[in-house]
Design a protein around this ligand. Sequence first.
Ligand code: XIL
Length: 376
Amino acid sequence: MHSRYLLEKNLTRRVLLRGVAQASMLGLAGIGLNGCVGILLLANSEITGPGLGAIAGRKGRLYGVALQSSHLDDADFAAAVKSEATLLVPESELKWEALRPAPGTFDFSGYRRLAAFAQENGMQMRGHTLVWYYANPPWLEHALKDRRAAEKILATHIERVIGETSPFIRQWDVVNEAVHPSSTRGDVLRPSIWLDALGPSYIPLAYRLAHEANPDLELVYNEYGLEWDGIYGRRKRDGVLRLLEKMVAEGVPVHALGLQSHLRCHRPLDTDAFTAFLERVREMGLKVYVTEFDLDLSVLSGTAADKIRIAQNYAAAYLDAVQLSGDVRMLLTWGLSDRYSWLGSVRGDSTGALPLDADLRRGPLWETLRDRWAEV
Ligand code: XIL
């Protein structure tokens, strides 16, 4: 009898052997490989085969993951990253807080460990992020006390960080999350230590400094919540469009929009407004990337199966709106496994957030992404 579990395509003899061995260990009926096997409960997740990076790569796409260098201490997780990703982004270790413990200090140790791992495994790396309102060291705010000092501090940082990471890193999130719907400003810019010190000019200045440091870099503006409905989504989209249109009109070297894509699966998507927004961004000549994809199921109700189904439908609708099968040539998930998702701390639950579950098994999101790239 052929078990339907063994008719899954891509199943290799090695997997069959392992599966039968496991089945016999578990006391399940597992017989020889003479084409007649017993009931072998191979959870879909245990079926090995090309990783998401290889699957995306066949269609000229890049799949990447965010991680901390400390995650590499987990050998099973490091092996899973090698299997699945062809691109890495440091989750935290290229941010000011990690790089700049003191005014005259640069600590690249975390980045260097991740870069070595990436290079050893033939992976690329992208940079995140040169200017952000968050994750800054305590000394910075006071140091930005006047405009000239602030300009010099920003220039020194960008020149040194790009100098250290070039030519390996060829793409950077230069400014992250500069727009906030609650802003009382007409330009909807988010209050921050950088806006306080330099006014709105901190944004074009950062891109110009990055371009001067390495003219070959692809420079990205990175943002979240652009897909949401209601006044929040509308003001976020309007603010980002206004910012990007001004930068493009002034010849600021910005090349792409990074959609963080932290999908809060209970929040309605405004797909019409979002797709119209993306069309305006593309009309400016900017590329679109998915830079921090994950799924937040923490506010969904129903059984575990209900939540997974809702989340996968939400993800599919989002990926359609983004046109992942179209010109979006890079997608990163913000982590690879629920085991290390930031959602565990910020939402209290990371179940279903990422392509691999906490036991590093391929889950529903892995299949959703595989199927999307299969359509390209
Ligand atoms: C998050 C990290 O995942 C956390 O570990 C850290 O404590 C805070 O920052 N948008 C971003 C990322 O651009 O840099 C954030 O990463 C998640 C939201």
